[in-house]
Design a protein around this ligand. Structure first.
Ligand SMILES: C[S@@+](CC[C@H](N)C(=O)[O-])C[C@H]1O[C@@H](n2cnc3c(N)ncnc32)[C@H](O)[C@@H]1O
Length: 206
C-alpha cells in the first residue's frame, strides 16, 4: 500500500467508525499503563504514543502527571477525536500527524509506546524505517513498549494484513539498539465480544 493509500485508509476508518466503533477500542488501557508505570522513573519523563489514534491512553498519561506527552498518528481524524475529547487539556499534548515510516525528527522521548501499529508493517523496509526512527528518538536507558498481535492472534485487522509476533521474534526486529527486558500477553475483547491475543515487548535502548 502506498503512503497515500495508507493515510486514506485510516482517515476513512476513523471518520466512519469513530472512537469506540473499532475492534481495538479499550475503555481502559490497563496493560499499557501497567508496563509504562514499570519503566517510568517519574512522571517527568517524555513519552510518545506512536499510532495512538483516538486512544484514551493520552488522557490517562495526563492524569498521571506526565509533563511531556505526544501522540503520533497517520490519521488527523483520529487525533482530532482525541483532541476534542480532551478539550482544554489537549494543549498539553504535542500532536504529530505523520506516517511513522516517513517521519523525520520527532524529538527525544524516554518512553515510546505502540499498541497495534508495528504489526501493520508487513514490508521489511518499513519495519527498518520504524526501528531507525525509534533508535533516533529514544536515548540510551529509555524504553520502548510495543504491543502486536501474538502468534495465535488474528492475521488481519481493519481489512489489512498484519505480522504476528512473540517476544522473541519482536526482539529480532528491535535487536539493533534495543534489548528485551520484559513482556506480557493480553487477551483483548473487541466491542463485539471477539477475543484477540496480543503480545507486549518491553525494551531498553542500549
Ligand atoms: C489498531 S489502531 C491502534 C490505535 C491505538 N494504539 C490503540 O491502541 O487504540 C492502529 C493505529 O495506527 C495508526 N497507523 C497505522 N499505520 C500507521 C503509520 N504507518 N504511521 C502512523 N500511524 C499509523 C492508525 O491510524 C491507527 O490509529
Amino acid at each position: 500500500m502506498t503512503q497515500q493509500g495508507r493515510k486514506e485508509h485510516w482517515e476513512q476508518v476513523y471518520s466512519t467508525r469513530g472512537q469506540t466503533g473499532v475492534s481495538w477500542y479499550q475503555s481502559e488501557p490497563t496493560r499499557s499503563l501497567e508496563l509504562i508505570r514499570s519503566v517510568a522513573s517519574d512522571a517527568r519523563g517524555r513519552i510518545i504514543d506512536v499510532g495512538g489514534g483516538a486512544s484514551v491512553l493520552i488522557d490517562r498519561l495526563l492524569d498521571l502527571g506526565f509533563e511531556t506527552v505526544a501522540v503520533l498518528d497517520i490519521s488527523g481524524t483520529a487525533l482530532e477525536t482525541a483532541r476534542a475529547r480532551l478539550g482544554r487539556r489537549s494543549g498539553a499534548v504535542r500532536w504529530i500527524e505523520a506516517d511513522v515510516t516517513e517521519a523525520g525528527d520527532i524529538g527525544t522521548f524516554d518512553i515510546w509506546h505502540d499498541r497495534a501499529v508495528f504489526h501493520f508493517l508487513t514490508e521489511a523496509a518499513d519495519r527498518a524505517r520504524y526501528v531507525e526512527l525509534a533508535r533516533r528518538t529514544v536515548p540510551a536507558g529509555g524504553h520502548l513498549i510495543v504491543a502486536t498481535f501474538a502468534d495465535e492472534g488474528p492475521r488481519r485487522c481493519s481489512d489489512l494484513d498484519v505480522c504476528r509476533y512473540n517476544p522473541g521474534s519482536l526482539a529480532s526486529e528491535f535487536g539493533n539498539g534495543f534489548s528485551l527486558v520484559g513482556g506480557a500477553g493480553e487477551t483483548h475483547t473487541t466491542p463485539w465480544g471477539f477475543q484477540q491475543a496480543f503480545t507486549y515487548g518491553v525494551f531498553v535502548r542500549r
